[in-house]
Design a protein. Structure first.
Length: 352
């Protein structure tokens, strides 16, 4: 178990194989009997929807399951509005709560809805994808996409608890496993050379899943530290965005859901490090180390063909832009990152 210690909202993260079997007990320790809306998607609902409904009702909760279509397109203001209406119809009040049961899309969407419905109601995270378990389920970032950019509209709203069960990963398609591995690689690259060596010693995705509990825990310790230092993403927490500035742009241009988030991040890490190495801002050989690790887990290293001007336009709408400048994350070495502020126009050099 990890504990996120914040001034306004501290909470525990349970990381235990088989923990989902005790989900009703876990919720009842955190919440009194109340209305609970479980927000999930069309992939996860058939797998775990009935089990969580049974568990919640057994522990005295008046629960309903709200299902949205699977995929990045559901992370929208349109879908959020539909959920608001369903919550109102169910009679949800400010003393009731939402549980996110799903991957990163569901966590972001449900968290956004919970933080804005009636100006904020209770919220718990049960991430079912590797990406959500190692990254998006903790830290309190919630968001939806717009036509302009990924995660453009959002809030900072911490959950009251996170339940991570690595056993749920056995139902994931291999592409979704790889998507999460990209974030693990990123975390090791920016902050943990020991985790990097541990990843280097693994053979493939299956080997990583065999050690999932330990690797998830070590990855989350990295995020725990920066979230506690910088809960609102103004300083050290920005290092978690390594590869994301370019990656988000590529995701948008490919059509959200076509190129996965993890694939975009993998490509973004390589692209930004290659140019940084070329101009002396990262050590020689760093890009090759990234490429070797990314290739081992069957993630892409090169972007789909897009016009540089089009990708620049997508990146310039990124949340990390500040006026005419952009904060980018580069590597001093594997295991150590730095924040570099550049004129937004200079990002063109990194996306050639």
């Amino acid at each position: 178990m990890l504990h996120i210690n914040l001034k306004d909202q501290s909470y525990d993260i349970i990381i235990e194989s088989g923990a989902f079997k005790e989900v009703g007990s876990w919720v009842s320790r955190l919440w009194q009997a109340q209305k609970v809306a479980v927000i999930t998607d069309s992939h996860v609902a058939p797998l775990y929807g009935e089990a969580i409904m049974t568990a919640l009702k057994r522990h005295g909760f008046d629960a309903t399951l709200l299902e949205v279509p699977a995929g990045e397109k559901s992370k929208s203001l349109l879908q959020a509005t539909a959920l608001y209406d369903q919550l109102a119809t169910f009679g949800m009040t400010r003393s009731d709560g939402i549980i996110a049961l799903g991957g990163g899309v569901i966590g972001d969407l449900a968290g956004f809805v919970a933080s804005t419905y009636m100006r904020g109601i209770h919220f718990l995270q049960i991430p079912t994808s590797l990406l959500a378990q190692v990254d998006s389920s903790i830290g309190g970032k919630t968001a939806v996409n717009t036509d302009s950019a990924k995660n453009l509209v959002g809030t900072f709203s911490q959950p009251e608890g996170v339940l991570i069960d690595p056993a749920l990963l056995t139902t994931l398609p291999i592409q979704r496993v790889r998507e999460g591995i990209a974030e693990i690689i990123k975390s090791a690259a920016i902050a943990d050379p020991i985790l990097w060596q541990r990843l280097a010693a693994l053979t493939d995705e299956e080997d990583l899943l065999a050690h999932a509990t330990e690797i998830i825990t070590e990855t989350l310790k990295i995020k725990q530290q920066v979230v506690e230092e910088d809960p609102f993403d103004h300083g050290s927490r920005l290092t978690l965005n390594f590869g994301h500035t370019i990656g988000h742009g590529l995701e948008k241009l490919s059509g959200f859901g076509t190129l996965s988030h993890g694939e975009g991040v993998a490509i973004g890490m390589v692209m930004i490090t290659r140019h940084a190495e070329k101009i002396g801002l990262s050590p020689k050989g760093t890009t090759d180390q990234l490429i070797d690790m990314i290739r081992k887990f069957n993630l892409p290293i090169a972007a789909p063909k897009v016009a540089q001007s089009t990708l620049f336009e997508a990146i310039s709408h990124d949340k990390k832009a500040r006026g005419s400048h952009l904060k980018i994350i580069l590597l001093d070495e594997i295991g150590k990152a730095k924040i570099v502020t550049i004129p937004t126009e200079k990002i063109r050099d990194y996306i050639q």
